[in-house]
Write a protein that binds this ligand. Structure first.
Ligand code: COA
Length: 421
């Protein structure tokens, strides 16, 4: 029997949708959210009356900085016809999406609501990369991290070098995370980069041939990843293809109390575990190779769901940088500490591996519109558990997990899901 806390009552996902993630100069935060909402409405098998929604929770990191728009939630609610019902924005940096899902879940589990709309939206590409970097850095500790010149690539590079020092991790394992996630992302039409590294190499060679410039020769994908011209260093050891991109996008989830879930669909996806943790800023941590906030969150979620890491069939994890995916698969207990790189090298986290991770392409390839990223992970798990993920469908999946991290682990949130049909 589980020692963990239990939800007051069952909660299920009955609809789920997302906008395409990418660069959309002509779209605003609200346009993206409306697109995701419409996509969600089409996914509700038996349809629903928008009047049934009792509250809206919106994940958004910083439309304040990106668009000059604060107080985002009532505006999103308005644009999908939810005025005058309550609308609340949640901001926990890159973990905003997962934590917003948790707030919607708690609203239903507590009995306050029966049907809740959970969304996430972010429009980042209005600003040039250097300004985006500054905006994102504000999620770090401005006194002890940002003032020392640390930006996000720098913070994660610090964690990567710590992992290399402690466990002998090689840059090739980081590169293999990027290769895998781009391969998966090539099969995701909603993703920002629909291209595998192999296809990208071919297209660069063709472009050079057509231009009459020297055609680059790469022996294989790893050779491309090691080529400073093709894959420049951003913050060593992290290169361009170790980083998630700057993205626009939105996602939307419809949650319902377990007892009414089958009014919406014969195939609801139940949320059976939730957990959340917090941590000090990076300079105050004893160990840079593991995230306490994630371990705490995972323990709560596993205990509530009464499942073990071995019972997770598929996971979407927060690969904002490739090292983050390695930390995730270790902290979630999929592989022992220090053994994540070996698992990656052996292909265990591929779609056909024993522990498929980031079948969507992950943040690396699908994109990382901060407030929408955690919601996008849930959309993928919904599609995968219902057998609706198209060419990237992973076979025989019943229990799924999402893992969403704010900054370098200042916040960590984990959810576990189950298909019962
Ligand atoms: N992965 C792969 N390709 C990328 C990429 C990424 N992360 N980011 C940009 N590109 C590609 C672009 O598509 C473009 O390709 P093209 O020349 O074929 O059209 C090329 O690289 C240049 O794009 P540009 O937007 O000018 O890149 P940039 O140098 O301004 O930005 C990064 C690159 C890595 C600095 C930027 O993506 C970044 O800051 N990422 C991290 C975001 C982050 O910290 N998120 C929060 C995590 S906690």
């Amino acid at each position: 029997m589980s020692k963990g806390k239990k939800l007051g009552r069952e909660v299920a996902i009955v609809g789920s949708g997302m906008s395409k993630f990418g660069v959309f100069p002509e779209m605003t935060t609200r346009d993206l959210f409306v697109e995701a909402y419409k996509d969600m409405t089409h996914s509700v098998d038996k349809g629903f009356d928008p009047e049934d929604i009792e509250a809206t929770y919106i994940s958004n990191f910083s439309s304040d900085i990106f668009e000059g728009q604060c107080h985002t939630a009532p505006i999103m609610a308005d644009w999908v016809g939810q005025i005058p019902k309550p609308a609340t924005r949640i901001e926990n940096a890159c973990a905003s999406g997962g934590i917003t899902l948790r707030q919607g879940l708690i609203a239903i589990a507590s009995g306050v609501c029966d049907v809740v709309l959970v969304g996430g939206t972010e429009k980042m590409t209005n600003l040039p990369t250097e300004n985006v970097t500054d905006a994102l850095a504000a999620a770090g500790d401005t006194l002890y991290e940002v003032n020392c010149g640390l930006t996000f690539p720098g913070l994660y590079a610090t964690m990567a070098t710590a992992h290399m020092h402690k466990y002998g991790t090689k840059p090739e394992s980081l590169m293999r995370v990027g290769i895998k996630n781009h391969e998966n992302g090539a099969l995701n039409p909603k993703g920002q980069f629909n291209v595998s590294i192999a296809a990208l190499m071919k297209s660069k060679q063709e472009k050079a041939l057509n231009k009459g410039t020297p055609v680059p020769e790469w022996e294989d994908e790893l050779a491309f990843m090691k080529d400073n011209a093709a894959n420049p260093v951003i913050a060593w050891p992290l290169r361009l293809f170790d980083c998630s991109p700057v993205s626009d996008g939105a996602g939307c989830i419809l949650l319902a109390a377990g007892e009414i879930a089958r009014n919406f669909t014969d195939n609801p996806i139940y949320i059976i575990g939730t957990g959340q943790g917090s941590d000090h800023a990076l300079p105050e941590r004893k160990d840079l190779t593991s995230l306490t906030a994630v371990k705490v969150a995972a323990k709560q979620a596993y205990e509530m769901a009464d499942v073990t890491p071995d019972e997770i069939d598929i996971a979407e994890v927060h690969d904002c940088f490739t090292i983050a995916e390695i930390l995730a698969i270790e902290d979630l207990g999929f592989f022992p500490a220090g053994k994540g790189p070996k698992a990656i090298d052996e292909g265990l986290t591929r779609r056909d591996g024993s522990k498929p991770v980031n079948a969507s392409g992950g943040l690396k390839s699908k994109g990382h519109p901060i407030g929408a990223s955690g919601i996008g992970q849930v959309v993928e798990i919904w599609n995968q558990l219902r057998g609706e993920a198209g060419p990237r469908q992973v076979q025989n999946v019943r229990v799924g997990l999402t893992h969403n991290v704010g900054t370098t682990g200042g916040s960590g949130v984990v959810h576990i899901y189950e298909r019962r049909n």
